[in-house]
Design a protein around this ligand. Structure first.
Ligand SMILES: Cc1ncc(COP(=O)(O)O)c(C=O)c1O
Length: 396
């Protein structure tokens, strides 16, 4: 992001961005022009924005310096990167892809196309997620001539430690070697295993595995990674939060992704029939235990239009300017000075500089009561929220 835009310059960004992108906005002073994700109102899920969304945003903001899209999302749904890259390149500005969940994509033809093959200019990938790197082993890739390598190097230098970890680098190199030698075979095996798991979970009463038919189609995602096994447990009558707590406490199993109605199990090339056997046994036990768990508090999930708030000022100005703490019950109408993020998947419901609305505040309050994890608000109980001090406004 820093290599594409600077303070007060505009960057088009899908609003389903991860909190690390918002941290980037706060640190850089870049002005986000949010592009609407494609909402599936029935399944309560956001897919990456369409190329037309970026086209329209460039039309309204011809001075934007580039675009940023998250693909795959933590749910495994993918954007039409080639078309979005073309929209950017027609204006000679770069496309940055947050490919945090896509480290494995280049290594098997049956996986969605990775950002560099789709013509993106920069992509950022967490090798420790779908690859075999050690935690914090993330890399970026650069192609084309819209972002000069020396500029990227200079700006990236601002963020890197001057004491790099040789373990992290060795982990990255180990992953590179493993993929160069065995990538297709390992990813092929992971795809076969994921197909088996998907079919077996679908057989469990009360569970539905969300597949291509749920995620892709007109108005939805353009492609789909089958390795994240996203399970809608609406039929069990418990929230994803309650189910994930049960799996952790009773079976020592951590769901990768949890929301009010889903849990996710991430299959990787590190899995085999033993790990998936443990997963399937635990899920069957969960289905049996569910009636005894009770439904748990209800989460008041806003409609897609209610989820969107107005960006009243720069995230950086709201975050660093004068603030006050107000009760969350009275905060509607005020401009947030902090980020509030249901984690996982880590997409901020509230970004600094956004004008708070009651549906979003109620979603977070009811979510917290139901077991949602909010790592970032200054008041962990979310009784109060930090807002831009009265009379300060949030400077544009
Ligand atoms: C979509 C997305 N982008 C970025 C990140 C941040 O990556 P890292 O944990 O490597 O800093 C995450 C982490 O979960 C993510 O889900």
């Amino acid at each position: 992001m820093l290599s594409v835009a600077g303070p007060h310059e505009k960057l088009l960004i899908g609003r389903d961005a991860h909190k690390s992108v918002v941290s980037g906005l706060i640190l850089s002073g870049i002005k986000p022009v949010w592009v609407e994700p494609r909402w599936d109102a029935r399944r309560h899920l956001a897919h990456p924005p369409a190329a037309e969304g970026f086209e329209a945003a460039f039309h309204a903001h011809p001075d934007a310096k580039g675009a940023l899209v998250t693909s795959p999302t933590p749910y495994g749904s993918c954007a039409e990167l080639r078309a979005i890259a073309e929209v950017c390149h027609r204006r000679s500005v770069p496309l940055v892809v947050d490919e945090a969940w896509g480290a494995h994509l280049p290594f098997h033809p049956d996986l969605p196309t990775w950002a560099m093959d789709a013509g993106a200019d920069i992509c950022v990938t967490s090798i420790h997620k779908m690859g075999s790197g050690l935690e914090q082993g993330s890399v970026f890739h650069l192609r084309g001539d819209l972002v000069p390598p020396e500029l990227l190097k200079m700006r990236a230098d601002l963020l890197g430690s001057t004491s790099p970890s040789v373990l992290t680098y060795a982990g990255l190199d180990g992953w590179r070697r493993q993929m160069a030698l065995h990538g297709t075979e390992l990813m092929g095996a992971a795809l076969d295993l994921a197909a088996e798991v998907r079919a077996a979970v679908e057989e469990i009463d009360g569970m539905h595995v969300q597949g291509r038919e749920d995620f892709c189609g007109p108005g939805l995602a353009d492609d789909f990674d089958p390795l994240p096994v996203i399970i809608d447990i609406g039929g069990l009558g418990v929230t994803g939060f309650r189910a994930a707590d049960w799996l952790r406490e009773q079976r020592g199993l951590d769901a990768h992704l949890v929301d009010h109605r889903r849990i996710g199990a991430q299959i990787t090339h590190g899995d085999d029939r033993q790990t998936t056997g443990e997963l399937l046994a635990a899920l069957k036990d969960l289905a049996r235990a569910a009636p005894g768990l009770g439904p748990g508090p209800r989460v008041d999930v806003p409609s897609p239009s209610e989820l969107r708030m107005t960006q009243a000022g720069l995230p950086r100005d709201a975050f660093f300017g004068p603030t006050e703490n107000v009760p969350t019950r009275d905060a509607a109408g005020r401009v947030s000075a902090e980020m509030v993020t249901p984690y996982p998947p880590g997409i901020p419901a509230v970004v600094p500089g956004e004008r708070l609305t009651e549906p979003v505040l109620r979603y977070l309050r009811t979510g917290l009561e139901a077991g949602m994890y909010l790592p970032d608000p200054s008041d962990p109980e979310f009784e109060t929220i930090k807002v831009v001090a009265a009379g300060e406004g949030a400077a544009e």
